[in-house]
Design a protein around this ligand. Structure first.
Ligand code: ZN
Ligand code: ZN
Ligand code: FE
Length: 751
């Protein structure tokens, strides 16, 4: 299915001709919420269809945004143009921000054009939308462009139905529109207009860190080749090792530095222009501190005229990371930036077009031959996810998500508006942003929720927020919400086996779940299997210290004998005598040592046991490094494991794995055998449960190797496999799952 907004005429007949030429069946439909296309056929033809839709579309038609997802075939006999759906509120449709179109790009580099080097150039085909809208309907007075009255030239374009800028709400030019200023850290103006841009480029060239006000917030930018600058940025931002995103001047340079497939190229240059995770080539001239111990680089191309102009000036890649301190929300206002980013940035490149709401860069990775959105924000939000509903036409539901990588969602009728990425609700700033986004969505869509869905974890700020509000609340189990989210975006409504693997989620029994197999429908679920549990000495701290997970696992296997039997192992050696004594006492007395079935923590334990990482610098690092350790190893070898009733026991696996470690088997080989074993565990449970449809969800399925091998092996075994596409497999997708549960929630039937 394709989903997007198309402007211009002759689009549906074009789609019809293209589909029939490629022998695809299905339909195209114009509705108030955009254009929907469903096409069915061979995968190659479908991919060709996607490519040619963009390439060969009628000259006056423009795909402002496009979301594609792969669904089960329905068996359409032919291709047809369906009658327009008149239902649905027109006002409910807000477009995401759209990357600069080729025509605008040509203008800003044309010395004879009146918009030559103008950083706020846009048209109906491109430019800011979600980040400038203050209210609906989408008209200039309802955007942050209201303070810029159009000059007569711009006004003429705006009123000319044959012009590309006809009703382009953010239309502007150097005469009438916003302009740039370069400020020092006290807010003194150092330069204006094009001089501000040129001086910014000079500052970056000489190793300085500049806060740049972009589309949905500030970036912190520095020369990605300059290790001193990058390390300084890490130090000032309190960000030790988490990879930085990069902004490249051109696709050619991206190709020179990374392997880029046709699909990845399409993503990089798409209207969404997300950060794409690309495998880096050897000996790339990028500072090693950009993405330490990481074979991937997160790369995007310029997506506003400002970024195009700056990158043209520079000609080399820059770090472009969110303008914030550690995990706080991205900064959007220049005066706020002066305060919050004062100790981080040397200079501030700002402009006077206000940002209505924060929108981070989206992150996408290719998994299983198609895109997997890992962070859904710019370019995607707030396009709705359509879900099948029966009696919910008038029901408005709010879902507040989980705790990490928070997003919220608002369901109005069958449209679910999933918010842009908000972040980890760890700081007062993040919690403030969370509340602002909720208010913002309720106001934009003029919707007052009658039900609020939340996670079951009593300590999550999101849970407490939900319970503090008036409407009826419904708690949704974390891993079930993951499964429902994946079912919703794949439009599944029959029963499935949900493989829901992540780091942490509050279980029905009050323990920490995370290695779950749920037989699920949209109404309910049963936990049909789970990974064997172990204890986490010191609780939450284990998230930062993989060696604590390892200790918990070893204690489960060896008990008190571990001090003798495991003394040679990396995690044990990494603790001081006192630490070890203390943690063992916790385990022995069962103090502050919560029980978990988490797959994520099992990854941590193994990363620690093989000596990869004892202490993590950011969430999920150890598991990522275990995936990276695979390198290009190809092996089908596995370890033994046991499946006893509902219990998936990893004891045999870990005993052999420890044997491999002692025998000096290469870390990559051990990592591969571990991944392969997890996949065989999934297949074994799937065989036992016998559901035809298997859904892979939860943060662990950001792991490309695990996901792709699970898909392949499950298919070989005759199952139909579903995973995420447009909605993150991590906790960024939880709100969508909560919505699904709340929509069918009836007060009389209880939670
Ligand atoms: Zn344009
Ligand atoms: Zn103008
Ligand atoms: Fe989760």
């Amino acid at each position: 299915m394709l989903y997007g907004a198309v402007q211009g005429v002759g689009f549906r007949p074009f789609v019809y001709r293209l589909a029939t030429e490629l022998k695809l069946t299905g339909w195209v439909l114009n509705s108030a919420q955009g254009v929907f296309i469903e096409v069915e056929g061979a995968k190659e033809q479908l991919e060709e269809f996607l490519r040619r839709l963009e390439r060969d579309k009628p000259p006056r038609a423009f795909l402002q945004s496009l979301e594609a997802s792969w669904l089960d075939p329905v068996g359409y006999p032919a291709f047809e143009i369906r009658h327009s759906e008149e239902s649905g509120q027109k006002t409910a449709f807000i477009l995401p921000d759209i990357a600069t179109c080729p025509e605008c790009l040509r203008e800003i580099f044309d010395p004879t054009d009146r918009r030559y080097r103008y950083p706020f150039t846009n048209c109906t085909h491109c430019g800011p939308r979600f980040s400038i809208i203050e209210a609906l309907p989408y008209d200039r007075p309802n955007t942050t462009m209201k303070k810029f009255p159009m000059c007569s030239d711009c006004q003429a374009e705006y009123q000319d139905p044959t012009h590309r800028r006809f009703h382009a709400q953010p239309n502007a030019c150097p005469t009438c529109g916003p302009h740039l200023e370069l400020w020092d850290s006290k807010g003194n103006v150092l330069a204006q207009h094009d001089n501000a841009l040129r001086q910014t480029a000079e500052a970056i060239r000489t190793g300085q860190i500049v806060a740049v006000k972009g589309l949905g917030g500030f970036h912190l930018i520095c020369d990605a080749r300059n290790d001193d600058a990058v390390q300084e940025l890490r130090r000032r931002k309190h960000r030790e090792e988490k990879p930085f995103a990069l902004l490249y001047p051109s696709l050619e340079l991206v190709r020179a530095h990374c392997e880029v497939s046709a699909l990845e190229e399409r993503l990089l240059t798409s209207p969404e222009a997300p950060i794409v995770l690309l495998r880096r080539r050897k000996s790339v001239q990028i500072a090693s501190s950009v993405a330490p111990h990481n074979p991937y680089l997160g790369i995007m191309l310029p997506y506003t005229p400002l970024h195009h102009l700056l990158m043209k000036e520079l000609g080399f890649p820059v770090v472009a990371t969110s303008g914030n301190l550690s995990d706080e929300p991205i900064c959007t206002d220049e005066h706020e930036a002066l305060e919050r980013l004062n100790k981080i940035a040397d200079l501030f490149l700002v402009h006077n077009r206000p940002i209505a709401r924060h929108v981070d860069d989206s992150i996408v990775r290719i998994v299983g031959g198609r895109e997997l959105v890992m962070r859904r924000a710019r370019g995607f939000a707030p396009l709705p996810i359509r879900i099948k509903t029966e009696d919910s036409q008038s029901k408005t539901v709010l879902a507040v998500g989980a705790h990490l990588k928070n997003t919220i969602a608002l369901a109005v009728g069958s449209n679910v508006f999933l918010s842009q990425h908000i972040g980890d609700l760890e700081t007062a700033e993040a919690f403030g942003a969370f509340q602002r986004v909720i208010q913002d969505f309720e106001r934009l869509y003029d919707a007052q929720p009658s039900v609020i869905a939340h996670d079951l974890h009593p300590d999550y700020l999101s849970t407490q927020y939900a319970q503090g509000r008036k409407p009826r609340t419904v708690g949704v189990q974390h891993h079930y919400a993951h499964v429902l989210a994946c079912m919703a975006e794949n439009e599944l409504d029959s029963s499935v086996l949900g493989v829901s693997w992540d780091g942490t989620g509050y279980g029905l029994d009050g323990t920490i779940w995370g290695g779950e197999f749920l037989r699920a429908t949209r109404e309910s679920f049963t936990r049909v299997a789970h990974l064997r549990t172990f204890r986490l000495p010191g609780g939450e701290r284990a998230i930062q210290e993989p060696r604590r997970s390892a200790l918990g696992v070893l204690y489960e296997l060896f008990g008190d004998a571990l001090t003798d039997e495991c003394a040679d192992l990396a995690p044990i050696q990494s603790f001081s005598q006192n630490e070890l004594k203390l943690l063992l006492a916790m385990l022995q007395k069962n103090l502050n040592s919560p029980v978990t079935s988490s797959a994520g923590r099992l990854f941590d334990a193994v990363a620690s046991l093989v000596g990869l990482r004892q202490i993590g610098r950011f969430e999920g690092q150890a598991a990522m490094e275990l995936e990276f350790a695979l390198g290009s190893i190809e092996t089908d070898e596995t370890y033994e494991f046991d499946l006893l009733q509902e219990l998936l026991d990893w004891e045999a696996m870990l005993r052999s794995l420890i044997g491999d470690v002692r025998a000096g088997v290469a870390v990559g080989k051990i990592a591969a055998k571990f991944h392969n074993t997890l996949v065989e565990m999934i297949v074994a449970v799937a065989r036992r449960v016998g559901e035809e449809r298997v859904v892979l969800t939860g943060g662990c399925f950001q792991n490309k190797y695990l996901t792709e091998r699970a898909i392949a092996r499950l298919r070989e075994a005759g199952f139909r496999v579903y995973w995420h596409q447009r909605v993150p497999p991590n906790d960024g997708g939880i709100a969508l799952g909560q919505i699904v549960k709340a929509l069918i929630f009836r007060p009389s039937s209880g939670g």
